[in-house]
Ligand binder design. Sequence first.
Ligand code: AMP
Ligand code: ZN
Ligand code: FE
Ligand code: FE
Length: 290
Amino acid sequence: MTIDLHTHSSVSDGTASPADLVRAAAAAGLEVVALTDHDTTAGWVEAVAAAEECGIGLVRGIEVSARYRGAPVHLLAYLPDPRDQALQAELGRIVAGREERVPAMLARLRELGIPATEAALAEVSPSNRVTGRPHVADLLVRLGVVADRDEAFARYLADGKAAYVDRYAADLISMIGLVDAARGVAVVAHPWGRGSAPVLDERAFAELAGAGLAGVEVDHLDHDAAARSGLRAIAGRLDLIVTGSSDHHGTGKTGHGLGCETTAPGQLRRILDRAAALGSPTGLVGRARR
Ligand code: AMP
Ligand code: ZN
Ligand code: FE
Ligand code: FE
């Protein structure tokens, strides 16, 4: 069984619509896919319809922008109740922070002599999307300033570069509590990838587990073999669920093809059982025809 629990659609910074993403996952032979757009549940309804149409299992999730001891940490929240008001209110604050940051990044770029206007950005990122640096990167590609998103981050958008602007992120411990209260399952995304590695040691994971963390994403392209074995050992000692995922962004991120990293069926079962035990109304959908 091929299970991929971390993908992005064009509702955030992936390139395929939620329906097309789900269809692509089915066409790629996945049996279960999770949609985990940044900081929003806006793609869920469309993804459910597509999953039911093509008979692929869909796990509804969110990749939440959080902060722990000053470092950015991404938290995957699987199967929370999307009507939970406290969770949605905090997601709203994060999205508002993203929207405030965009004009500031464009202004920095203009100071560098690059004609990065809001109107030009709107062409690569319509206003119904959760905007991020990848969209600003797409604008730089369109303007001919860089060749691709990676070069845009390396030269302008990565933390510390000239057009980088910070934004609001949720406190990680509080967010784990909000996800749990919304009857969802919290899993730290790519903990030893970019940014969060220095703060997420075993003591930190123990603290997070005490706050309600359920799992850790181990098999991710940002992790080399040593990182994977270290994280797997920590997960074993703390009895955390272990996941693996592509972090697919469509054509926006090379090398992250659907299903390039996967989660074991028994670990998915633990996620589904935990959500069910919490009374989540958001189970696995779309497998009725199998
Ligand atoms: P943002 O949500 O605006 O903070 O941007 C984060 C997104 O940009 C994530 O989806 C990452 O996959 C992507 N990203 C972050 N750093 C880089 C980088 N150095 N090169 C390419 N993409 C990156
Ligand atoms: Zn992304
Ligand atoms: Fe991430
Ligand atoms: Fe991601």
